[in-house]
Ligand binder design. Sequence first.
Ligand code: FAD
Length: 317
Amino acid sequence: MKVREHIEKAQQAKKTLFSYEIVPPPRGRSVKDIVDVVEVLAPLEPPWIDVTSHSSTAFFQENNDGSIQKRTLKKRPGTLGICGVIQNRFKIDTVAHLLCLGFTREETEDALIELSFLGIENVLALRGDAPNFQKKARADRTMNNYAADLVSQIQDLNTGKFLDELEKSEALNFGVGVAGYPEKHFEAPSLKTDIQALKKKVEAGADYIVTQMFFDNKKYFEYVRQCREAGITVPIVPGLKILKSAAQLKSIPKNFYIDLPEGFVDEVQDSPAHAAELGKRWAKKQIEELLDFGVPSIHFYVLNDVHSVAEIVRSFK
Ligand code: FAD
């Protein structure tokens, strides 16, 4: 079933859904790593689980002799296979993340065909972050530059329009989500221009939005207000992350370009040994407010903390 259908059904039943986002294991690890995570989530009856996608990156490494070497970190594979396992072994709908950067449109078309053969009906269309390393696309290959271009490619396939003109082609059938940023995407000059870019993704055919993580609900409420004012009517699913350690007070703003509320930062800094407990307490407070606001669904960035997420969700069941 499509994410949008899950949301509409829940809204009719006046229920709020809890969904989850997981990351494929590092190259060289087995699928068991991810099955263990899904086994913790499955009893919570997730309407859907997202599986992230990763392109290759390059970095400079300084050797002991002082020389500097360019190294490539190969992409973390497994998104399509993991979606197939979750969808077919656990019978839970999955949302495969697809990226523009690091992938040609031809590779994306292949991935969408693979996903449809696996019975997967949902994708989240993302631009990705400019990888330092990008293999130059062959002259006969094409790229999507922005997520809106990727949404258009998926919608073309949903009408049977493949990159080559094919005889007797059958339409694919994907629901499409896109990303939104209550605290603005870091490259956008203003929240207003970022919301205009978001509107283009919806006009291209996205049928729901999932937000970047936030710790201050006021930012989400104001974002929803501004999106609605701009004429965006699709569901805007809030994304939450449970703070796990005092070190994350620095790493989360650095990696996700978001602010943490002052009161929460003070609490954790005053008592760093209790950061995980304080993080759970803060998340519970956020969830209670979001439920009162009537959100359609709450999306958890699980990362490597599935047990905290499961504990919190159980307390709301
Ligand atoms: P876009 O919507 O393309 O926007 C990117 C920037 O360009 C924005 O600043 C926007 O305002 C601007 N823009 C858009 N269109 C135009 C235009 N036509 N002209 C000028 N400017 C424009 N990353 C991964 O690598 N893998 C993942 O699995 C992954 N999952 C994510 C899940 C969620 C819910 C979220 C919120 C983010 C995720 N990301 C993931 C991170 C994401 O790839 C980055 O945030 C990326 O920098 C932007 O992606 P986007 O799809 O929002 O880009």
